[in-house]
Design a protein around this ligand. Structure first.
Ligand SMILES: [Cu+2]
Length: 290
């Protein structure tokens, strides 16, 4: 791997800092909080404008973990490589969070960067979804097969997730789907929702029930929350291409939402948090009538 000489890097860092300061002057959303974040780049998704960072404790906000952040700096996105050191401001507002004012430290030649986490493979539409056995918010065991004949929309969350754009957003989206399924009887009879915890040891049925009640409004007839044997949870999550690991009371995780057809085969996978409830409702409405 080629590493630019240090002088160029300092210049680059200065330009990056200056350019992000200019961006920083544009209109500020309300309720903005900034925290210093320091860590090592694990991977970069240039198309999505995201960088996954293995970061240290963010004082006053979150413990050390590895997670993806939007990086609002086009230049930095271009030059970042896995293994680089990154220092940036973590900006949190009502609308979301992102990194800005990045300062990049290139990895030292000869020192191999931290290996990226083993990526789960991405499932293909049409693949048979594993028939995992789980337990719902009432402590009732079930297996995915029991939903055959209806479409199943599955997502993964954990109740202690602190990041507004991650689990709370998935659950808010599912709450919208739930309302639609409850309102439209024809649709409700053809589809079911399932939120599976990535923290099955902490998220026991009673915890899920309390969490679910805040989103599902006490109506669990179209929406189940599932925990169970961590190995079963992992089997389903990894089938969906989701990576996660527990770290200091938190779960570092990516996001996947799967639409399973009534025959138990994968119809569609939504990656990340940008999908809208209407898209999923569209998928459900377009299911061939059974
Ligand atoms: Cu989360």
């Amino acid at each position: 791997m080629n590493h630019p000489p240090r002088r160029q890097l300092c210049l680059l860092a200065a330009i990056l800092l200056a350019s992000s300061l200019i961006y920083g002057c544009s209109s500020k959303p309300t309720n903005e909080h900034r925290y210093e974040l320091k860590g090592r780049v694990v991977s970069i998704d240039r198309a999505k404008g995201e960088v996954t960072v293995d970061h240290e404790d963010v004082k006053g906000y979150m413990p050390a973990m590895t997670m993806a952040f939007p990086l609002r700096d086009a230049e930095a996105l271009k030059v970042l490589e896995a293994g680089d050191g990154l220092q940036a401001s973590l900006v949190i507002t009502d609308e979301g969070y992102w990194l800005d004012t990045p300062v990049i430290t290139k990895s030292i030649p000869g020192v191999s960067p931290a290996a990226p986490p083993a990526g789960a493979s991405e499932p293909q539409p049409g693949a048979e979804v594993p028939d995992v056995k789980l337990v719902n918010q009432d402590g009732r065991p079930f297996s995915l097969k029991q939903f055959r004949g209806r479409a199943l929309v599955v997502t993964f969350v954990y109740t202690r997730c602190p990041l507004p754009d991650y689990c709370p957003l998935m659950s808010a989206n599912f709450a919208q789907l739930n309302s639609a399924l409850l309102k439209e009887e024809a649709l409700g009879g053809r589809a079911h929702l399932l939120s599976v915890t990535l923290d099955p040891e902490y998220d026991r049925p009673s915890v899920l029930r309390a969490y679910g009640a805040t989103y599902a409004g006490g109506r669990f007839d179209r929406w189940d929350f599932a925990t169970g044997d961590p190995a079963e949870v992992r089997r389903l999550a990894e089938f969906c291409g989701l990576t996660y690991k527990a770290e200091g009371g938190q779960v570092v995780h990516s996001l996947r939402t799967a639409v399973v057809a009534p025959d138990g085969k994968l119809l569609k996978i939504y990656r990340g948090n940008e999908w809208k409830p209407d898209e999923v409702l569209g998928d459900l409405r377009n299911l061939p009538a059974s």
